[in-house]
Design a protein around this ligand. Sequence first.
Ligand code: AMP
Ligand code: MG
Length: 424
Amino acid sequence: MAKKITLKDLSNEPGCLAEYDPNAMQIESAKKLINSFIKPIKEAEYTKLIDSLNRVLAVDLVSPINVPNYDNSAMDGFGFNISSLKNTKKLMVKNTVLAGKPIKFSVKGGEAIQIMTGGKIPIGVDTVIPIELVKYKNNEITFIEMPKIGANIRKSGEDIKKKDIVLSKGTLLYPAELGLIASLGFSKIKVFKKLKVGIFSTGDEIVKTGTKIKSGQVYDSNHFTIHSMLCRLNVECLDLGLIPDNKIIIKNTLLKLSKKADVIITSGGVSVGAADYMKEVLKEIGQVLFWKLSIKPGKPMAYGKINKADFFGLPGNPVSAMVTFYQIVQGSLKMRMGLKIDDSIPLLKVECVESIFKRPGRTEFQRGILFQSNKTWKVKTTGQQGSAILSSMSKANCFIVLSADRGAIKAGEIVDIQLMASFI
Ligand code: AMP
Ligand code: MG
């Protein structure tokens, strides 16, 4: 078997891997490579179930009980034994069963009981008929139609059997999962610890919001987009704000963060600008790969490790930073969080109502608006697609994904889209 390429080998000698071209990385190769270096978190803790939304289950969850744990009625109606209906369409109603109330009787042939939804099925009953399907008068029911044996009875264990694995390790806990876990009686569960993600922006032209801006300066919007995308992933942010383009400060900040954080994400300074010290510093203190991705927007990107922390260097341009985060970083972070997932985002096919200029070579993620016209869903672009035009992200509800091999799009052609709602 071929020797596994390490991050160190690759960062020292980018030519050591066949088909690896740091100057034209296809998105799929970049994702595959990063994910091969990601080690999912192992540390786990118990949390109260009520506080476990968006956490990742750290164990296979085994059911201690049958669900439901007793045979019960799925309807408000009448219970009886099907053999009682051999020679008659009428039965006398002798008793009533309410949900949650004990029953001290059994049901004999020729008799029925009234039973409420969730009521425990008494001995002798094998079938329930809904109240709407009988005539009920003077304690007697007359069948309008004949039921099948076993109808409208929820059998013990029909949803979940005792000792079944109900949820597997690595499941992201959404409302349905929390309800499911509650239905087994657990009030606490074992989840992976939240990832600690250190973030900061760089760039001497970048200024904090809330201050007066001078010509030549740019407000730090990446701080807010990256911070909030991370909040939605339910990680713990170690937020360092803005760090100036100063080699020593950047170096010390990264080293300090790498001891506290599982992951470090920065924006800016990973391309070839004269003051892009990130690159210089990272070469000294980490094992980092610098790529020109074959995607638009979002060309420069870095991935590597500083001590044990994974490092993602996002491009400075605001749209590029978001696209790179969504399309590449988010899937890797989910893996790092312990999630077992297929991180491919569904592609849907819709008609594009306008022409789009494109040259083959790069995968493009154009900002799109999915809209309804004559009861069919169609897509158009948000207009200007520059990598600094953040308003295009805000106007968009989807990405129009144009694969690397594709050229210009004519109006009326079918394109792939990803709903932005698919991104956390
Ligand atoms: P860089 O990747 O550092 O070369 O930056 C590329 C472009 O993104 C420049 O025009 C920067 O001004 C802009 N930029 C970098 N960081 C940020 C940020 N935190 N917020 C908004 N724009 C930024
Ligand atoms: Mg810069």
